[in-house]
Design a protein around this ligand. Structure first.
Ligand code: AMP
Length: 282
């Protein structure tokens, strides 16, 4: 049975006890409405640690004005059921009031990798992410923390934060999990009407086209980007936010793909903003 904890003091005390017993702790931070992508992280944590903690928290400070904080899908009972099946030990599900004092005034700002891509379209987003993730690291004190490559920029920003602030945790990246037809799993897919769901396939199709052209020898970033944009433009329901090819680790802009690179994409399908990416040249 998973133990549900809603308060930070209790969470820290439970983890201190486990640590005293010599047990290792894995943490999987999530915003809930779990799917196979999340569960792949949970399985990795279960394989590598004695104790696995999943946090479930829709973090208000990483949502901008006009974003989908209020309508973000939630179903704690279903999440708990899935986590029980996976053999998770603790579900940490704090309320915003427990995690943030009414006069909370301290934030973590990563100032380089956070700027392009989603950082440019969602000002303040990574500040909210870094702040909550560092808080979770302090409360839980995990040996290892698991992040999906679905949120590729987030993964790199958190790695940088952990390095820069000497946080004693190992960051474990986990592969992006897709539906059989290529759609990247996301809690936000629940928003999609059937015709939007079909259009959303255009994201992974555009990325695949880039990967194929790269395999075929194309190395020019503008040529690869144009190819993907052309694909996206074929569907009127898709409204691209950004499509960029950047260095896989530092997210620097590239003129030619002469090193491992990420092809990162955000697009709106109706009211829903989706992101996807692939890594090429590894
Ligand atoms: P979220 O609940 O969307 O904040 O995601 C929680 C964690 O699950 C993050 O580390 C995500 O990158 C990861 N994740 C979400 N979707 C996927 C996916 N399709 N494949 C792999 N990891 C994922």
């Amino acid at each position: 049975m998973a133990t549900i904890i809603r308060n930070t003091g209790e969470m820290s005390a439970a983890m201190a006890l486990r640590r005293r017993r010599g047990e290792t702790i894995g943490l999987v931070p999530t915003m809930g409405y779990l799917h196979e992508g999340h569960l792949s992280l949970v399985r990795a944590s279960r394989r590598e640690n004695d104790v696995s903690v999943v946090s479930l928290f829709v973090n208000p400070i990483q949502f901008g004005p006009g974003e989908d904080l209020e309508r973000y899908p939630r179903d704690e009972a279903r999440d708990l059921e899935l986590l029980e099946k996976e053999g998770v030990d603790y579900l940490f599900a704090p309320t915003a009031q427990t995690l943030y004092a009414p006069d909370h005034s301290t934030f973590v700002d990563e100032t380089a990798l956070s700027l392009p891509l989603c950082g440019a379209s969602r000002p303040g987003h990574f500040r909210g992410v870094c702040t909550v993730v560092l808080k979770l690291f302090h409360v839980v004190g995990p040996d290892r923390a698991y992040f999906g490559m679905k949120d590729y920029q987030q993964l790199q920003v958190i790695r940088r934060m952990v390095r820069d602030l000497d946080v004693p945790v190992k960051i474990r990246p986990c592969p992006l999990v897709r539906e059989p037809d290529g759609l990247a799993l996301s809690s936000r897919n629940a928003y999609l009407f059937p015709e939007e769901r079909r259009s959303a396939l255009g994201l992974s199709a555009a990325l695949r086209a880039v990967a194929e052209a790269y395999e075929g020898g194309e190395r020019s970033t503008p040529a690869l980007v144009a190819l993907a944009q052309e694909k996206l433009a074929q569907d009127r329901r898709l409204d691209a936010d950004y499509l960029e090819i950047r260095g896989a680790e530092s997210l620097e802009p590239l003129d030619v793909v002469d090193r491992p690179a990420v092809v990162a994409l955000a697009a709106r399908v109706g009211k829903t903003r989706l992101i996807d990416n692939i890594v090429i040249g590894e």
